[in-house]
Design a binder for this molecule. Structure first.
Ligand code: KG4
Ligand code: ZN
Length: 344
């Protein structure tokens, strides 16, 4: 089954043709990073306008690269939640128009489930159940992926998401946008043991995260140094911050795997590109003899191939939309076929 997938939830306009949820026939991504850079973050209205301009060439590019015309496509999948609402609506409306005119089934896909499905593209043998650490700009979750479309949340962040924490710390340190990846590269040159930073815990919730205190600790360090006229060792602060985030993510994730009896683990979302997190989890899992799946860097960030992969399994589960489909700015990842209509 060939699915044409569309992703416009944030600042990437992307389209892809994916076969049977596992084989990428094409993947086109138009990134707007250069444009948002001057504002230090994504400007939602600009993102929507650029999606509107780029969506047709990007979809045409994906079809052309796959050597497919629309007649050969069996269904249209689109990210319908969560994300910037104006950005989502561009993709959703475009997908609806295409599905209506070409008379194809329309599959709404949850963006975060798409990130998890990037692992199905990278690891053809991977099947649920597994435990997944989801770390993106808006999410930090530990979830049991019980089946392709059945999730159970084990832990979540109480405040900032991991990517958000990276971006805020990077901004405080004066790094350019996009901050997370920049902080990662600077951290490689610093000493992770040089600066003492807290590892906040959430009372009574061993698998929940809290990152805002860590960000505040970095901001306080900077203020204190400025007041004393001292210069902070920025590389060491970056390395120590990254180590603190990696410690918190990996310790809770591994403890949850132990507690719930998982030996097959996966990581998903933009922060899965982080070099410190990848190295730590690879080392810890290989020492325990556990199976670990992390997408290649090309599939860690936003793309439409992952939406095509998850779209296939949503299709098999009957999770389809009609022509009343709307975008949804926020939506839990553990929705079911039974309550899907509350959101889409
Ligand atoms: O999954 P994603 O591309 O978009 C969302 O769905 O949110 O994740 C973007 C987040 C941003 O916060 C970005 O700074 C972070 O992932 N990120 C990283 C790295 N690459 C991207 N954070 C730390 N280290 C990286 N190498
Ligand atoms: Zn994403």
């Amino acid at each position: 089954m060939k699915i044409l997938a569309i992703e416009t939830s944030c600042d990437e306009t992307a389209a892809s043709v994916v076969e049977d949820g596992r084989r990428v026939r094409s993947s086109f991504i138009h990134s707007q990073v250069a444009e948002h850079e001057k504002y230090g973050g994504v400007v939602p209205e600009i993102a929507s306008r650029r999606h509107t301009e780029n969506i047709i060439p990007v979809v045409q590019g994906a079809l052309r690269e796959a050597g497919a015309d629309l007649a050969e496509i069996d269904a249209i999948a689109v990210t319908a939640a969560p994300g910037l609402i104006g950005a989502l609506l561009v993709g959703v409306n475009f997908a609806k128009g295409l599905a209506a005119s070409a008379q194809k089934p329309l599959i709404p896909v949850h963006h975060i489930r798409g990130h998890v499905a990037a692992n199905y593209l990278a690891s053809p043998e991977l099947e649920p159940p597994f435990l997944c650490l989801i770390v993106s700009g808006g999410h930090s979750h530990i979830v049991e992926v019980l089946d392709y479309t059945r999730y159970r949340i084990v832990g979540r962040t109480r405040d900032d998401a991991a990517g958000e924490a990276f971006d805020k710390a990077a901004r405080a340190l004066g790094f350019p946008y996009p901050g997370g990846i920049y902080l990662d590269s600077i951290a490689r040159e610093g000493d992770p043991a040089a600066v003492k930073l807290p590892r906040p815990r959430v009372d009574g919730a061993p698998y929940d995260f809290s990152f805002s205190g860590l960000k505040t600790a970095v901001v306080n360090l900077l203020h204190n140094a400025a007041q004393k006229g001292e210069e902070l060792p920025v590389k060491d602060v970056a390395a120590s911050f990254q180590k603190a985030v990696v410690d918190m993510l990996s310790e809770k994730f591994l403890a949850a795997a132990e507690q719930y009896g998982y030996r097959r683990l996966a990581v998903a979302g933009g922060v899965s590109a982080n070099s410190g997190l990848r190295a730590r989890l690879q080392e810890e899992c290989s020492r325990r003899g556990w199976e670990l799946h992390i997408p290649p860097l090309s599939l860690c960030g936003d793309n439409a191939a992952m939406i095509g992969a998850q779209g296939y399994y949503e299709y098999l589960a009957g999770n389809l939309a009609d022509m009343t489909l709307n975008g949804c700015a926020s939506m839990p990842v553990d929705y079911t076929s039974e309550n899907l209509s509350l959101y889409f």
